[in-house]
Design a protein around this ligand. Structure first.
Ligand SMILES: N[C@H](CCC[C@H](N)C(=O)O)C(=O)O
Length: 293
């Protein structure tokens, strides 16, 4: 058994997040511990955001992101907002710089409690996503699901926000598609050698789009921040939306801006639910007693 680590169960628009405090220690949360925590209804999560000591100068922390199947993710927008809220409450600071597998990102809590995360620059090259074969134009790639002459979903845009995303554009209500059926097939399609997060998106105007996401390594979630960024960027590349948009995910709205300097900034809320301590080796956990800070 490892020394217990403090954690907070939080959510970002219903994206279930565990923020774990792994500062001042050398171990990491084991995949088996993540799978155990994911299997317990009280701690079921989509991603763990493990806050570690900084590894490079100029950053506040290294953040390891773990999906509920125990695999690592490069980016998690909603989880990053939860980390910011937790650290802001602890330190009284409002601006942070984190290192993740997707690179270095900055984030800020605003006076109204909303949090903005600079998710960095999107990448569009087929090797960057990555795709298994060369596609010159990733605004739309050849991929379809359903009957060959009447595909249910086809011609997605693909984008890397540090993690791989495919966005299928649909005309009908996003809830009328069996994403729980198509999601796993598309996530694991051979065209995506590192698998992919799969979204379906209905553009409603030049500034509003509604999406649902099947997340790589996590399945259906109520919100996926990096998918919201990827969708906005892909729609803007297709000249179907303006550079500042609202992306409606099942959990609520996220503001996304693709700035002129090519950075994508996501703004939204984070919510604390309860705190406790967990064993990073096994996932055994206890809840803090009510009333104790
Ligand atoms: N929920 C996250 C994304 C997790 C990404 C993960 N499922 C992967 O890329 O493996 C978000 O808010 O951006």
């Amino acid at each position: 058994m490892a020394a217990p680590a403090p954690f907070a169960k939080m959510n970002g628009l219903g994206n279930q997040i565990i923020v774990a405090d792994m500062r001042g220690r050398a171990d990491r949360i084991a995949p088996a511990a993540a799978i155990a925590l994911a299997g317990d209804p009280a701690t079921a999560f989509d991603q763990i955001m493990a806050i570690h000591d900084p590894r490079v100068q100029g950053t506040d922390n290294y953040i390891e992101i773990i999906n509920c199947d125990g695999t690592q993710a490069q980016a998690c927008g909603n989880g990053t907002r939860c980390v910011v809220q937790a650290l802001a409450a602890e330190t009284g600071r409002s601006a942070f710089t984190f290192q993740t597998l997707a690179g270095i990102l900055t984030a800020q809590e605003h006076a109204d409690g909303l949090i903005s995360v600079d998710m960095g620059e999107p990448r569009f090259g087929w090797q960057d996503i990555p795709l298994a074969e060369e596609f010159h134009d990733t605004r739309m790639i050849e991929l379809q699901i359903g009957p060959i002459d009447a595909p249910v979903l086809h011609s997605p845009s693909v984008v890397s926000m540090g993690n791989p995303h495919a966005i299928f554009w649909v005309d009908r209500d996003v809830w009328s598609y069996d994403l729980d059926r198509f999601g796993p097939l598309l996530e694991n399609h051979p065209i995506f050698p590192e698998r992919a997060n799969i979204s379906i998106a209905q553009i409603r105007s030049r500034s509003e789009v509604t999406i649902r996401t099947w997340e790589r390594g996590a399945g259906l979630t109520r919100a996926c921040g990096s998918a919201a960024c990827a969708t906005a960027v892909a729609a803007i590349r297709l000249r179907r939306m303006d550079r500042q948009v609202t992306v409606h995910v099942p959990g609520g709205p996220l503001g996304i801006e693709w700035r002129d300097d090519n950075h994508v900034v996501m703004t939204g809320p984070a919510e604390w639910e309860f705190s406790g301590t967990l064993d990073p080796a096994t996932g055994a956990w206890t809840r803090d007693t009510e009333g104790v800070a």
